[in-house]
Ligand binder design. Structure first.
Ligand code: SAM
Length: 272
């Protein structure tokens, strides 16, 4: 079970004034001024995508693993000048995608000769809480390179090992992991009909020097890893919450890559 998708915070818009007028991904993110805490990553996921799209002139957006809960409605995508396709490996998930959205059912780590796949057909590919579930992440990045048009950008937002909360989720049996989630989030005990996707955490790390060679092999020369620390799982546990926060704040201050909790991995395909 993935712990990572249980703490989604409401969306905030970045003001146009906050958008940097720069060329590289690294400069773009410096201009956004992201916080070290992962709450920023949750709060700014959609606005960051919209800002990237505006900054780099990206129009054709594909959300990988968007499933039943995609980023935008058809109206929101149109209002932002985007042509929006929702991908998922699971046709059952796509059947629950809100009406009016274009869908594409394929495995992002699979064989791209499947009929639904548009090589070079997207300017931007994004995903939230998907990469930890993918078997064959290096192939997924190579496929993303093939699916992007020249100059296209991809952003994957995922939980990272070895943040203690996710390391525990990774090593514990599924049943134990679910019991902990239910203890931390009792409101979810009878929990709706959200499906459970097994988390594998392949290449789900926050260390730039580890990820960059793999992303280079997949075809990307421009890579930016935006690292985050901290999480909200202990928010209702006074004492533990403060202790954990102090640990994460220190880890962020010294840039301890081993214990990042989440990352935005952002890549751009060469223009020619
Ligand atoms: C935890 S859900 C996240 C859904 C959504 N992105 C969100 O943030 O709420 C993971 C989604 O990724 C999809 N998925 C898993 N592996 C995939 C793959 N190899 N290719 C495409 N989609 C995949 C699952 O079917 C599921 O819909």
């Amino acid at each position: 079970m993935s712990l990572a998708n249980l703490a989604v915070a409401p969306m905030q818009k970045l003001s146009p004034a906050a958008e940097p007028a720069t060329e590289t991904l690294a400069a773009f993110f410096r201009g956004l001024g992201p916080d070290w805490h992962s709450q920023w990553a949750w709060d700014h996921y959609e606005p960051t995508i919209l800002a990237l799209a505006r900054q780099f002139g990206l129009k054709r957006l594909c959300e990988i693993g968007g499933g039943r809960d995609p980023l935008f409605t058809a109206d929101e995508a149109a209002a932002n000048g985007l042509s929006f396709t929702v991908n998922d490996i699971d046709a059952g998930e796509l059947a629950l995608t809100p009406a009016g959205l274009q869908t594409a059912c394929f495995n992002i780590a699979g064989d791209l000769s499947e009929p639904d796949v548009a090589r070079g057909g997207y300017d931007m590919m994004v995903s939230r809480m998907v990469f930890e579930h993918i078997a064959g992440v290096e192939q997924a990045w190579a496929n993303i390179h093939a699916l992007l048009a020249p100059g296209g950008v991809a952003l994957a937002f995922f939980p990272t090992l070895w943040a203690p909360v996710f390391a525990l989720n990774h090593v514990l049996p599924e049943k134990a992991s679910r019991a902990i989630v239910h203890a931390l989030f009792p409101a979810r005990r009878d929990g709706g009909d959200d499906p459970v996707f097994p988390a594998l955490y392949e290449w789900c790390r926050g260390k730039p020097t580890l990820l960059t060679p793999m992303l280079n092999r997949a075809g990307f020369r421009e890579v930016h890893i935006q690292r985050f620390w901290g999480h909200g799982y202990f928010d209702r546990m006074p004492g533990l919450k403060q202790l954990d926060h102090a640990f994460n704040a220190t880890a962020a201050r010294i840039g301890w890559n081993l214990v990042t909790t989440y990352a935005y991995v952002v890549v751009r395909k060469d223009k020619a």
